[in-house]
Design a protein around this ligand. Structure first.
Ligand SMILES: NC(=O)c1ccc[n+]([C@@H]2O[C@H](COP(=O)([O-])OP(=O)(O)OC[C@H]3O[C@@H](n4cnc5c(N)ncnc54)[C@H](OP(=O)(O)O)[C@@H]3O)[C@@H](O)[C@H]2O)c1
Length: 290
């Protein structure tokens, strides 16, 4: 074969591969010709070479991931239990990811933190995300840390809950619904991650992963399910349900993140990525079709 016909397949490792972000981005990259090592606790994510691991440890793990150009660390939780809290999942498993990268010679980490992670945060979830960011920054590895708003399309948990509630009759909006978000289509997130694997300008950066449109929660819900399906609930009631129900639609921290009105810098992301973002209406259409 002539040398100019040869091409190199880029290998990347994904942790949390069977989660919503992991499976969508993993599938996108595999379709784009990447070789994927998909790490997860049990569920086969339906793409890549699946390696089962708990705590990013286990025999032969280094051998499976060696040669990866980047480690996409998508393990994370937004709800605490007695068994798994923010420290043990969001922070300790980030430390484990860094250790695995160092043991196997992977030089770049791409991490999904959260829009709102900040040194001054007082919310446990964002404190853990901030600490995870600090672990990565001080590791000496190259990194891109993304701080996403709500990632939508491709079966995302937010639109799934809203569409399920709508199918049962109505969707409850906690409080006024005037708090804002900047949803981003999961495939736009995937394109940006793909750029961050290669492009130097993403190196050692923290970047808000936010879509082009800023909308109130009430507008987003109305546009997704139809205004007639909306009913507003007293925030105290929603908070009480989050505290006492076995499976509430929103946990206590989900509510705090929602009303936090966290906004990011879309213009900077657009300038860096140069992608054409999916329009708001097309993103909602993708949510309904998933
Ligand atoms: N989705 C969003 O809109 C959004 C917004 C901001 C930030 N993020 C961040 O993006 C990352 C991915 O989010 P996602 O929406 O894909 O979440 P997800 O669907 O809940 O997936 C999370 C993944 O983490 C894994 N995980 C959780 N606890 C674990 C543990 N103790 N040990 C090993 N693996 C564990 C899960 O593994 P199993 O499949 O085995 O349970 C799952 O694959 C998270 O860090 C999240 O905080 C997401």
């Amino acid at each position: 074969m002539s040398p100019c016909l040869r091409f190199t397949v880029i290998k990347v490792t994904i942790s949390g591969a069977s989660g919503f972000v992991g499976r969508n981005i993993g599938k996108f990259l595999e379709d784009g010709g990447y070789e994927i090592i998909a790490l997860s606790r049990a569920k086969w994510p339906k793409f890549g070479r699946h390696v089962i691991t708990r705590n990013l440890a286990g025999k032969g793990l280094e051998r499976a991931v060696v040669g990866s150009s980047a480690f996409l660390h998508f393990i994370g939780t937004g709800r605490q239990t007695a068994e798994e809290d923010y420290e043990s999942v969001n922070v300790a498993l980030t430390r484990a990811a860094i250790s695995l990268c160092k043991r196997s010679g992977i030089r770049k980490v791409i991490y999904f933190s959260g829009l709102g992670a900040d040194r001054r945060s007082t919310l446990g979830y964002f404190i853990s995300k901030f600490r995870a960011e600090q672990e990565i920054i001080s590791s000496g590895l190259d990194y891109t840390i993304f701080r996403p708003s709500y990632i939508m399309g491709g079966g995302d948990p937010l639109s799934k809950v809203l569409l399920q509630q709508a199918a049962r009759g109505s969707v409850t909006i906690p409080g006024s619904g005037r708090y804002r978000l900047q949803p981003i289509h999961v495939l736009d997130a995937a394109r940006i991650v793909s750029a961050a694997i290669h492009e130097k300008k993403f190196s050692r950066k923290i970047v808000d992963l936010v879509g082009p449109r800023t909308v109130t929660y009430a507008k987003l819900v109305g546009d997704l399910v139809g205004r007639s399906k909306i009913r507003h609930a007293d925030f105290e009631k929603a908070y009480h349900e989050a505290l006492v129900s076995a499976k509430p639609p929103f946990g206590v921290d989900d509510l705090s993140i929602l009303v936090g009105d966290y906004l990011g810098d879309h213009r900077r992301l657009a300038r860096m990525s140069k992608i054409e973002f999916t329009g708001y209406d097309d993103m909602l259409k993708a949510c309904r079709l998933a």
